[in-house]
Design a protein around this ligand. Structure first.
Ligand code: BGC
Length: 731
């Protein structure tokens, strides 16, 4: 053989060998996820990579803020879809195209806003937080995950763990209130509920912590506005729930719309790369919020869409939701060297990792089950009812107006929320349908059947000036033993792009409540809202006042059980109710002030209307002395605190003990009190239960500086429980 022939032979042999060893590792379920990711990435063209980092929408749009023309032809190469259809058949058809017609057969990741339920709708997250019951919150997510996965959704854009302290911001309804720890605990419970222990299991979906980070600080509570957050506040308040969610195993994170003191969250390398990946070790994917990459131009940090794409992906934003900026620009950006292919590879790697973790390569299709086998099972409805009942907060109960006494024979049930279905679901109702909802009227009629007659008159609308039914309503009230008024907010008054300058109900509702109270009959006001309400216009007229939030599909039944006393209210506020919007910001864990008793408004009371943690019960709980097992502790040691709580009333009930810590002197001033632990227990009437908190100095007594470094400083600390306060020292 001459040299040329030998060379040719060698080449052919090498190619043959390469062919033999070209085992498609990524198709092997037994191979490690990282090996599968690398193998697949190594086979992808630039175009395929760019398609992986792209998300389009599919299906009917229900979000008024995100109007987008429906995607008619789904590319089989698309990385992800915002999947709004509920049809398993459509889903299988689209997925089959991706798996069987695309060159590499990469399945599509389908995401959807399953915020508080998919078809069975649970209370809004703010209400869920008021239950202080992580097990029920987790269960609601488990139910939602099952209904979603059976309909082709593998990924929810939930939970939202934005610590929200301005009730004017409509999105307070979507998170877990004003406290970082409570947001973190509920967020972690949600993550575990959605994802379970194994993302490949039937009925598990990937969770998404959002909006990373600082979105709730929108200036003046105006949605989408600029946010000013100091590095210290970022670390103290905004970041902790995200860190807890990452530790709980959240598969994905969504970047926020807002900019953080000038650097938009979607182009923020510090938050998305240095903190999230560098400090916390997160290896899942980060998706943008809707159109957020494109919006970098509007936010003034990118001259055009190409620059927006370059900034976002280099900062660590892996997937572009809907605006198509990545798809249009990334190939050219990589080819010209403005964006390194390594950066794109890393984004693709993170997306593929989530797809492998979800088991999509092994199980891309779903069983085409009819609706009744997917949704609204008896168990799902029961879980929704239980969580709704525990989320409701009894704010006032003069002379034991509630529960409804046995001699009540006629109840006048009125107000715009009484016979309403859609608004009881709140914003982001997933695939919930109004027809599934039990109205308050239906719930109360069923609960009191054979005991009391229910007279329904709507009486007034949510707003406007129509008083034409006032007289008829007053007559019904006069003829009743008890008047129940169902007032509140329409579902589109909170949620995204739903900021309100005033927290009061419209004048017509306040007037109606006062008119009904004038009849002299005992009045119960049920408030259904997506935010704290300025109750000055209704509270004086109400003998009993209950915040029922937007309680979801089983809302009416839950309300009825609370009224009858079948359920003893156990909800406690996860957010402070200010007296009025002008009193804001008002939240319990403020930093210590130079003159704590001065500097108050001259023309408004200082105390909020109802503080964080507030909520009444039909029974009374008596707290024994707060005991510590030691007065000093060293690093590495634990201190155990205990308190015994007795149900001194006649009705069984649940009590939540909230444990707060304060650190009066530190190198960086700490808040007046911080929630560090909570526990809810059932206590039968006449019995006692012990509640415990084991203090771990590193976890509970340390705090971050403005770079996130945790400081643990010796000195005095105080433990606070229900008005009691005891001192201990770290030495
Ligand atoms: C919202 C997100 C949501 C996304 C997708 C955005 O407008 O801010 O919370 O997940 O739309 O619907």
């Amino acid at each position: 053989m001459n040299r040329k022939a030998i060379a040719l032979w060698l080449l052919v042999a090498a190619a043959g060998l390469a062919g033999c060893s070209d085992r498609e590792v990524y198709k092997d379920p037994a191979a490690a996820v990282e090996d599968r990711v690398e193998d697949l990435l190594g086979r992808m063209t630039l175009e395929e990579k760019v398609m992986q980092v792209t998300q389009w929408t599919y299906g009917k749009n229900m979000n008024v803020n995100n109007v987008e023309s429906e995607t008619k032809a789904v590319s089989p190469m698309i990385g992800s879809l915002l999947y709004r259809s509920t049809s398993p058949a459509y889903y299988n058809r689209i997925q089959r195209k991706a798996v069987e017609e695309s060159r590499l057969g990469i399945p599509i990741l389908c995401g959807f806003d399953v915020i508080h339920g998919y078809r069975t709708i649970f209370p809004i997250p703010l209400g869920q937080a008021c239950s202080w019951n992580e097990a029920l919150v987790g269960e609601s997510c488990r139910v939602a995950a099952r209904e979603s996965r059976l309909s082709g959704v593998h990924w929810t854009f939930s939970p939202m763990v934005d610590v929200a302290r301005d009730a004017r911001w409509g999105r307070v309804s979507e998170g877990y209130g004003e406290d970082p720890y409570l947001n973190g605990m509920m967020g972690a419970a949600a993550v575990k509920g959605y994802q379970g222990d194994d993302l490949t299991a039937d009925g598990a979906i990937a969770a998404c912590l959002k909006h990373f980070v600082g979105y709730a600080y929108s200036d003046g509570g105006r949605d989408y506005h600029y946010t000013e957050i100091s590095p210290q506040t970022l670390w103290d308040t905004a970041l902790p729930p995200f860190e807890m969610g990452v530790k709980a195993g959240a598969a994905t994170v969504m970047s926020a719309f807002n900019d953080i003191s000038g650097i938009p969250a979607s182009a923020n390398r510090y938050t998305m790369t240095d903190i999230l990946r560098g400090m916390w070790g997160f290896d899942g994917l980060v998706v943008s919020d809707w159109d957020a990459v494109k919006q970098l131009v509007a936010q003034g940090v990118a001259a055009d869409r190409a620059e927006a794409a370059a900034k976002a992906i280099t900062a660590g934003l892996d997937m572009d939701m809907v605006d198509d900026v990545y798809r249009e620009n990334l190939e050219a950006l990589v080819e010209s060297g403005r964006v390194s292919e390594k950066v794109l590879d890393e984004a693709v790697r993170r997306i593929l990792r989530v797809k492998f973790r979800l088991g999509l390569f092994e199980n891309p299709y779903i069983e085409e089950l009819p609706d009744e086998q997917r949704y609204l099972s008896t168990e799902a409805r029961a879980a929704a009812r239980e969580l709704a009942a525990e989320s409701m907060v009894l704010l006032k109960n003069r002379g034991r107006t509630l529960p409804v006494a046995g001699d009540v024979r006629r109840i006048a049930l009125m107000g715009p929320m009484a016979d309403n279905r859609a608004d009881l679901m709140g914003s982001w109702w997933g695939q919930g349908e109004a027809d599934d909802v039990v109205t308050i009227l239906e719930g109360v009629k069923a609960e009191f059947a054979g005991k009391a007659r229910i007279d329904y008159v709507k009486g007034c609308d949510f707003d406007g000036g129509d008083r034409s039914e006032f007289a008829r309503a007053a007559a019904a009230a006069r003829g009743a033993d008890l008047v129940v008024l169902c007032m509140g907010e329409k579902r589109n008054w909170s949620g995204e792009n739903a900021s309100r300058a005033s927290l009061a109900l419209p004048a017509i509702q306040e007037e109606f409540v006062r008119e009904m109270a004038r009849t002299g009959r005992p009045v119960v006001v049920l408030l259904s809202s997506g935010r704290p309400v300025d109750v000055r216009g209704v509270e004086p007229a109400a003998d009993a006042l209950v915040e029922i939030w937007q309680p979801g599909t089983e809302g009416g039944s839950a309300v009825a059980q609370l009224l009858s006393g079948k359920v003893n209210p156990s909800g406690r506020l996860a957010i402070t109710f200010p007296v009025c919007a002008e009193q804001q910001p008002v939240y319990y864990n403020q930093r210590q002030a130079a003159r704590p008793k001065s500097g108050r408004y001259q023309n408004l009371q200082h105390e909020p209307m109802y503080p964080f943690g507030y909520g009444l019960s039909y029974t009374t709980f008596e707290y024994g002395p707060l005991r510590l097992d030691r007065e000093t502790l060293r690093r590495g040691e634990r201190l155990t605190a205990e308190v015994e709580v007795t149900n001194g009333g006649a009705m069984d009930g649940k009590e939540t003990v909230m444990w707060f810590l304060s650190d009066p002197t530190a190198s960086i001033s700490r808040p007046v009190r911080e929630l560090k632990h909570f526990e809810k227990q059932f206590i039968p009437a006449g019995e006692s239960r012990v509640f415990r908190f084991e203090i771990d100095p590193v976890r509970d007594l340390s705090f971050p500086d403005h770079t996130g470094k945790r400081l643990l400083e010796n000195g005095a600390f105080y433990l606070h429980v229900n008005g009691q306060k005891v001192k201990f020292e770290l030495i």
